[in-house]
Design a binder for this molecule. Structure first.
Ligand code: UPG
Length: 457
């Protein structure tokens, strides 16, 4: 714990999406472990979903509170209860969702006005450019919390988001909207005091250095998921409801040979066509490799359910494969010794979680930074292999290609062993970065000093 003249209070504002709330709540724990008082802005349903965070903080004497603000779903044409991007019934509602997020600005200003002492700083995730206006209004320094890699940040500085990186259903009008939002985000980032990135210096040193040349006050503070050490923290992370099933998954994983299982998941937002889901299923079936396959959100369509039942799929793979139709305890599964491969959409949180758990990957990007992360995983770090062609969101990846990639990743050949070795080395480096006197640990301290100095001036 640092010695400090004043009790620092960090106000954390994530975009209401699992891929932003999860790393920011992890970061809250890390800050609280350094003696910081942390408030997280959220909404009533998200507060419910993350209530275990509060139980845990009380247990470990950490000062973290959730501040729920009303989220105007129905007023803005969103279905009731859609307070998190993963509960949207269609990707066409993203615009309405972002507008609903922006309406949090006024109530949040009222909250800040009512606080006895104003927050020492705001930490908000990249997409929330309106939080910069709040920071300016109250003269509070704002740090942008980046949930993507330095490699992807640099790529996106250079290149406009290509249409092929947008989700399948995106229209030209929506694509223009995306470009204008990207410009707004960049504008607000330049006004921020600094940038915190969920990565670690040793993972992508060249790209971290390059990013530091174009942005001021850059602190790599991750992988933040490593703050979850106790089993119940890992099982509960981002969970939607009860954790009863988690223990049966654990029993199943315990019965499998070390490094024999492939974990298949496409994050919290990806919307995959029925035909693609079918090819993945058939590829998994014919690979003969044990698997845990997550089908969630928009992907659990009636077509998918019918196909699974017509094929008698779950019965056919019984004993060798598990399908989870809903929220999976991803960190628990990836950190289990029986898991030896990860078929992933390359979301940055998933990529980092694969790395910290030492699990090599099969890359299946579908939109946004996922294509950059594929390049980082396959070409730079050499800890994964591609399945199908590069711009695969427009082309069906066939079952034969899925089977081939799984067998190539999971076999005992020289290349697989080398890939596994490299991933293991990165896993060790990631843990060292987060340990006392590791690079990310020290960067968090430097961040706190930066805030302290601003507060004391
Ligand atoms: O059943 C599930 C599904 C997901 N997760 C967790 O949810 C997070 C998902 O994050 P990520 O892997 O980054 O995927 P997305 O949800 O798809 O993330 C979006 O946001 C990321 C961060 O900005 C981008 O890198 C991605 O491209 C974008 O799709 C991870 O922590 C997972 O462990 C679970 O625990 N259980």
């Amino acid at each position: 714990m640092i010695s400090q003249d004043k009790q620092l209070h960090f106000l954390l504002i994530p975009l209401m999406s699992q891929s932003h709330i999860i790393p920011l709540t992890d970061f809250a724990k890390l800050l609280a472990q350094h003696g910081i008082n942390v408030s997280i802005i959220t909404t009533p349903l998200n507060a419910q979903r993350y209530k275990s965070l509060i139980t845990q903080s009380l247990k470990f004497n950490l000062k973290i509170q959730l501040i729920p603000l009303h989220f105007p779903c129905e007023e803005l044409g969103l279905p009731k209860g859609c307070e998190n991007m993963d509960s949207l019934p269609s990707t066409n509602l993203y615009k309405e969702f972002f507008l609903a997020c922006e309406t949090l600005k006024k109530p949040l200003e009222k909250i800040i006005q009512k606080l006895e002492t104003k927050p020492s700083c705001i930490v908000s995730t990249g997409g929330l450019s309106w939080t910069q206006e709040i920071a300016d209004k109250f003269k509070i320094p704002r740090y942008v919390f980046q949930t993507i890699s330095c490699f992807a940040l640099l790529c996106s500085q250079e290149i406009e988001t290509r249409n092929s990186q947008l989700p399948n259903e995106t229209t030209t009008k929506q694509s223009d909207d995306v470009q204008s939002v990207v410009h707004q985000i960049k504008w607000s980032q330049n006004l921020a005091r600094g940038t915190l990135i969920n990565t670690f210096d040793e993972l992508e040193p060249f790209y971290v250095d390059e990013y530091k040349k174009i942005m001021k006050n850059v602190f790599c503070v991750g992988p933040v998921s490593l703050c979850n050490k106790k089993v119940d923290e890992i099982i509960n992370r981002g969970n939607e409801g009860s954790v009863d099933n988690e223990h049966s998954y654990l029993t199943w994983l315990n019965s499998m040979k070390p490094k024999s299982v492939v974990y298949v998941s496409f994050g919290s937002l990806c919307h995959m066509s029925f035909l693609q889901i079918k090819e993945i299923g058939l590829g998994l079936e014919s690979s003969n490799v044990p698997f845990v396959w997550i089908i969630r959100g928009l992907n659990v369509s009636s077509e998918v359910k019918k196909w699974l039942s017509d094929e008698n799929f779950e019965e056919k793979v019984k004993g060798r494969g598990i399908i989870i139709k809903g929220w999976a305890p991803q960190l628990m599964i990836l950190s289990h010794p029986s898991v030896g491969g990860f078929l992933t959409h390359c979301g940055w949180n998933s990529t980092l979680e694969g790395i910290t758990c030492g699990v090599p990957m099969i890359t299946f990007p579908m939109f946004a930074d996922q294509f950059y992360n594929e390049k980082l995983i396959v070409d730079v770090l050499k800890i994964g292999i591609r399945v199908g062609i590069e711009e695969k969101n427009k082309v069906l990846v066939k079952k034969e290609e899925v089977k081939k990639a799984i067998n190539q990743l999971m076999n005992e050949g020289f290349e697989s062993k080398e890939r596994r070795k490299r991933t293991k080395e990165l896993a060790i480096m990631s843990k060292e970065a987060m340990q006392e006197s590791g690079s990310s640990y020290l960067n968090i301290k430097l961040l706190i000093q930066d805030v302290m100095q601003l507060v004391n001036n």
